[in-house]
Design a protein around this ligand. Sequence first.
Ligand code: NAG
Ligand code: NAG
Ligand code: NAG
Ligand code: NAG
Ligand code: NAG
Length: 413
Amino acid sequence: MGLRREMKASRCLTVATALLTLVALKAYIEWGIEQDERSPSLHGWQGSAINPTQSLFDELPAFVLQQFNTSLQRLRQNIPKAKAYWNEKQHQMFQQLEQGEAGNASRKECSGPGAADRAAKIKDFDAYPELYRNFVLYDECRNFSLVINQPNKCSNAKNRTFLLLAIKSLPGNFAARQTVRDTWGQEGEPGGLPVRTVFLLGAAQGHYGPSLQHLVAYESRTFGDILMWDFEDTFFNLTLKDFLFLSWTLDYCRDVRFILKGDDDVFINTPKVLEFLGSLEAHKLLYTGQVMANASPFRARKSKYFVPESYYVGPYPAYAGGGGYIFSGSLIHWLHHVSQHIAFYPIDDVYTGLCFKALGIRPEAHPGFQTFDIAEKDRSNPCVHSKLLLVHRRSPQETVQLWKQITDPNLQC
Ligand SMILES: *[C@@H]1O[C@H](CO)[C@@H](O)[C@H](O)[C@H]1NC(C)=O
Ligand SMILES: *[C@@H]1O[C@H](CO)[C@@H](O)[C@H](O)[C@H]1NC(C)=O
Ligand SMILES: *[C@@H]1O[C@H](CO)[C@@H](O)[C@H](O)[C@H]1NC(C)=O
Ligand SMILES: *[C@@H]1O[C@H](CO)[C@@H](O)[C@H](O)[C@H]1NC(C)=O
Ligand SMILES: *[C@@H]1O[C@H](CO)[C@@H](O)[C@H](O)[C@H]1NC(C)=O
């Protein structure tokens, strides 16, 4: 796996270069953007040209390193030095980075006595909801094996995969996945642009329910679009799912132009998405969706997004809502790298926002993404949907109906 190769490489970094490595990511990107205007041929570092076994940073000019350092320091300053678990942990990680320690991201001993020691630092740990306690105890575990793979997902198209739809699903959501396959998630090459779909799943062996392993294995053989890892598929493991997906993409789909990461209960107007992506300039670095700006943690215990005060204090970076957002495939390598140095956060889209922020990339708001849904009166109106890119959420029945309507050439709006 790319992860292990990177671990080896990063251990070799000296005190100075560890920070510089991270610092260089963002700067190299900006550098790329600047160069682009003058000479597009300098864009060899994008997409397939990246080889994770070689150091990317050997020939970076000093001003590039400088720029990247700035974005990292900015993130660091935005995280209050408060006595809260995540804040302390992240500041320690920044410090280690500065002192040249490589990320401990996938070390084996992730949930042993060390984890319990860390948890003991949280004064009200015992009062945390059980899933939260589990999150804290396992938040350094990043090494899970892929039990169902689709190694040829991206290589079986003649042309470079243009859009990869990476859909977070749960083992039991068979109907939602079939709906996606039958409607907006159909694989193909519309207009010569290869579109591919994968569903991201955790384990199906059933600690808390029936074992769905055989059914999911059958589904995978039939449709060839399931990726499954052997971790428990819970809400708080979605950050882990994101991280493992980045690893997978590095290994099996590194050429991809754009990735749409979304839930299995959204409605996506794929033709409109392709039209939008096709209209972008060739080397645009994209991170777009519905942007949550100036958000901060929910303190209501009943909320799905509850964050205890003893866990995290501070604002959230601007981030694209996790119901569905799009980013450039050329950022996969940088995201994967930077995520080694950002502590897992229980809310996956906030975590993604933190990683982008560390790279100095802001999310761009696009009004076509409606992750909180649209006005009630418009929810079954095909004309409204034909102008949107993505809306959350629609039932399988509604999705099938809407899809039929918006793809009907006789639709009058
Ligand atoms: C990064 O920036 C900080 C403050 O802006 C500075 O103290 C530090 O020396 C810089 N590090 C590198 C490697 O440039
Ligand atoms: C990372 O690993 C090193 C060596 O195993 C250890 O000294 C350090 O404390 C670890 N860092 C974290 C954040 O656990
Ligand atoms: C990750 O897990 C695999 C097997 O599940 C193991 O062989 C490998 O050593 C682990 N890697 C790390 C870095 O812990
Ligand atoms: C591959 O892309 C080229 C242009 O980028 C296009 O002309 C060609 O039709 C595409 N091939 C397929 C099989 O779609
Ligand atoms: C995440 O998955 C791991 C591995 O299955 C599990 O031990 C852990 O409890 C899960 N975390 C949460 C918060 O559910």
